[in-house]
Design a protein around this ligand. Sequence first.
Ligand SMILES: NC(=O)c1ccc[n+]([C@@H]2O[C@H](COP(=O)([O-])OP(=O)(O)OC[C@H]3O[C@@H](n4cnc5c(N)ncnc54)[C@H](O)[C@@H]3O)[C@@H](O)[C@H]2O)c1
Ligand SMILES: O=c1ccn([C@@H]2O[C@H](COP(=O)(O)OP(=O)(O)O[C@H]3O[C@H](CO)[C@@H](O)[C@H](O)[C@H]3O)[C@@H](O)[C@H]2O)c(=O)[nH]1
Length: 447
Amino acid sequence: MRLSIFGTGYVGLVTGACLAEVGHKVVCLDIDAAKIDRLNRGELPIWEPGLEAIVSRNVAEGRLEFTTDIARGVAHADIQFIAVGTPPDEDGSADLQYVLSVAESIAREMNTFKVVVNKSTVPVGTADKVRQRIEGILRERGVALTFDVVSNPEFLKEGAAVGDFLKPDRIIIGAGSENARKVMRELYEPFNRSHERTMFMDVRSAELTKYAANAMLATKISFMNELANLSERLGADIEEVRKGIGADPRIGYHFIYPGCGYGGSCFPKDVQALARIADDVGYEAELVKAVEAVNNRQKNVLFDKLASRFGGARALGGKVIAVWGLSFKPNTDDMREAPSRTLLESLWAVGAEVRAFDPVAMEEARRLYRSREAFFLASDKYSCLDGVDALCICTEWQAFRAPDFDEMQSRMRARVIIDGRNLYHPERLREMGWVYDSVGRPSSLVA
Ligand SMILES: NC(=O)c1ccc[n+]([C@@H]2O[C@H](COP(=O)([O-])OP(=O)(O)OC[C@H]3O[C@@H](n4cnc5c(N)ncnc54)[C@H](O)[C@@H]3O)[C@@H](O)[C@H]2O)c1
Ligand SMILES: O=c1ccn([C@@H]2O[C@H](COP(=O)(O)OP(=O)(O)O[C@H]3O[C@H](CO)[C@@H](O)[C@H](O)[C@H]3O)[C@@H](O)[C@H]2O)c(=O)[nH]1
């Protein structure tokens, strides 16, 4: 089948490449001409494992192309995907300007029937707004064309996006007409060969399913972080508690890792947006708001631990602190809402100097903090430790899991590790003479 996708970010680009991979003919559009130029030169604007190979193969085989030409994109296909950003507005609600602007573009250029498929994460009722926007423009143009609006939220994770897209747990389709359901079934047919993954429902339920999934996952994390903070104060070990509860299949082991808070471009904004969606219909979403509040507090946990270790926040002035891991999670260079940023900014605020290392997010860190003094990006994880007073770990990259502790010790001014991802065994480190603090474990109590 033929389809066009507006937006070549994480979702649009992965969707385009993966739908081309199964045989469809895809045109990807973006208003960012520099991005399209890079893609046409064979460069990827994002770091995502496995994506480059799929993009280059499908471009070479003529199933995938990139353009800024809206008329060409709209004419190419009956199926028009919207995969643009929905960033938080000032009050935390999702800003729909990019989604509605794509709806306008489609309406201005369409001359035949279209199925408009929204893949962006959007509040319940957005499909109605998209429909009204398209109808308004068609009226202005004086043309009588029919179209469907479908909700098809995306559940891929950064760092595992290609695998998630090609082998989805489920494909959610919110569609109001039999024709739209038929088109979407055919489009996703290649993904249903081993078993049926497509779930059809009404449009509003599909829109809410996306927020429900993210809010549920974020709730699990905030719950575990709350329990971790409690464990520390009770002399219990959250890692034992985690395994103990994970063994219950009703709870499960997934997404119950405590740490220094969740980040990324989705959980923080979507939890906030869900709370605003509830406010808008006069419902106080107390649990959802608590999830956000717990997470905001958790993002300070490394700084607070460091401060108490050094005898107060002001005592950190003039200290040199190493940070391992800048991206919001492993296998991505994305630093949006990363817990590392909260730590960096708190350290700078008290006059500490930071030496940082990340396996892939160095360029992104340079872009974000170019003009920052007191920020040194090291070329590897060991040189990052030269002369530092302590090491903080923000991201659980594989490269940090089994380091050479002797090498580390020889470079650091003091043997202090504050670990926001619970990577090491507290007792082993203590035996080796380290001061080791992590999240929710007895190590945290050792002076
Ligand atoms: N990043 C993820 O892991 C993820 C996963 C699932 C869902 N989502 C949701 O998908 C949506 C897109 O997220 P993303 O991370 O891909 O965003 P992104 O910011 O990486 O990319 C959005 C792209 O859309 C382009 N764009 C904006 N207006 C446009 C227009 N009028 N026409 C064409 N292109 C336009 C931008 O230039 C940009 O390249 C969001 O709603 C997000 O919440 C994201
Ligand atoms: O047990 C856990 C699991 C995750 N995290 C943190 O949670 C954040 C988000 O992680 P993850 O969900 O793996 O990454 P995202 O790429 O943000 O993916 C989420 O957000 C996407 C955008 O909506 C959805 O499509 C995905 O299904 C959803 O998992 C990261 O900071 C992780 O460190 C924890 O602290 N503990």
